[in-house]
Design a protein around this ligand. Structure first.
Ligand SMILES: [Fe+2]
Length: 284
C-alpha cells in the first residue's frame, strides 16, 4: 500500500464543513484560510470589518487544502509548530531525467517552493499581528493577497510533485478508470484532451499553470489557465492534473521552448494519483 492509499481513508472523512470551505484550490483555497472558522472553536464576529475573522491558532488550516486531497497526504503543515513546511519530493532530484533535469528539480523544490512556504508563514504571521493591533491594519489587503499568492504556490507545487513520477515507473502512459471515461466524455477523446492541454499550457501569459480540474456539480472536467499561482481559477473546481509553466520549471533545459517541456511532461504524468483525485472529486 503506497502513502496515497494509506491516506485515502482520511480524505473521505474530511468534515463537511471543511469540505465546503475548501472551495477549489489556488486563490480560492488560500482565501479560505482567512475566512474559515475552526469547527470546534467558534470565534466571535470581528467588530472591525477590515480585519479578518480569527484564524485557528493550532491545527491544520484544512480550508487551504483542496477538498479532494487529505492534508496529511501532502505533508504541507506541521501541527506541532503551527507552521507550513516544505514537503520532501516523492523521488530523487534526478528521477525525472531526461525529461526534467536534476538541477531544475533541485532549484525548483529547494529554492522556489521553499520561498512560497516562507512567504505564506510570513503573511499569516503579519495577519496575526494585525488582529492583535500590533500590525498595521491598512496592510490587511496586502497580506491577504500574499496569503493567496504564496499559499497557492505552496499547495500547487505540493500537488505538482505528486502528479509526476519517473517515466515508465508510474509516470506516462494514459489515464485509466473513471478518469479515462470522464476525459472521453468531456473532451471527445484522449488525443483531443492532449491537444487542448498542450494549447492551454503553451499559451499561459508569463508565469503560471495549466490545470485539469473536475467541477463536482456537473462532474465535468475543465481545462483552464492559472496565471501566476492563482488568478483565473474556477471556484469549486478541484485539481486533477497540473503543469507548472513558470520558466523556473523548465528554462535550464528547454530555454524558450516551452512546448518541448510540455511534450516531455506527458511522459511523467502519474495517472494513478490523478485518477484518485478525480474519483474523490466526484464522490464529494
Ligand atoms: Fe514552480
Amino acid at each position: 500500500m503506497n502513502r496515497h492509499e494509506k491516506t485515502q481513508d482520511a480524505s473521505t472523512h474530511l468534515a463537511r464543513r471543511e469540505a465546503l470551505a475548501a472551495l477549489g484550490f489556488g486563490a480560492f483555497a488560500a482565501a479560505g484560510v482567512a475566512m474559515a472558522q475552526p469547527a470546534s472553536q467558534p470565534s466571535p464576529p470581528s467588530t472591525n470589518p477590515t480585519i479578518p475573522k480569527e484564524l485557528p491558532s493550532k491545527g491544520p488550516p484544512t480550508a487551504i487544502i483542496p477538498g479532494n486531497v487529505a492534508p496529511a497526504e501532502l505533508n504541507v503543515f506541521d501541527e506541532a509548530s503551527g507552521q507550513f513546511v516544505l514537503p520532501q519530493l516523492p523521488y530523487a532530484f534526478n528521477a525525472l531525467e531526461p525529461h526534467i533535469d536534476a538541477k531544475t528539480m533541485e532549484i525548483h523544490h529547494d529554492k522556489h517552493h521553499a520561498a512560497y512556504v516562507a512567504g505564506l508563514n510570513k503573511a499569516l504571521a503579519e495577519l496575526a499581528r494585525i488582529r492583535t493591533a500590533a500590525g498595521d491594519s491598512a496592510l490587511v489587503k496586502f497580506w491577504a493577497n500574499q496569503v493567496s499568492f504564496h499559499g497557492a504556490g505552496h499547495i500547487n507545487h505540493s500537488l505538482f510533485w505528486n502528479m509526476m513520477a519517473p517515466a515508465g515507473k508510474g509516470g506516462g502512459g494514459s489515464p485509466r478508470g473513471k478518469l479515462a471515461e470522464a476525459i472521453q466524455r468531456s473532451f471527445g477523446s484522449y488525443e483531443q484532451f492532449v491537444a487542448q492541454f498542450k494549447a492551454t499550457a503553451a499559451s499561459v501569459e508569463g508565469g503560471g499553470w495549466a490545470w485539469l480540474a473536475v467541477e463536482p456539480w456537473s462532474k465535468q472536467l475543465l481545462l483552464f489557465q492559472g496565471e501566476k499561482q492563482q488568478d483565473l481559477m474556477v471556484t469549486g473546481a478541484l485539481p486533477v492534473l497540473g503543469i507548472d509553466v513558470w520558466e523556473h520549471a523548465y528554462y535550464l533545459k528547454y530555454q524558450n521552448k516551452r512546448a518541448d517541456y510540455i511534450n516531455a511532461f506527458l511522459n511523467l504524468i502519474n495517472w494513478e494519483y490523478c485518477g484518485k483525485l478525480f474519483d474523490r472529486g466526484i464522490a464529494r
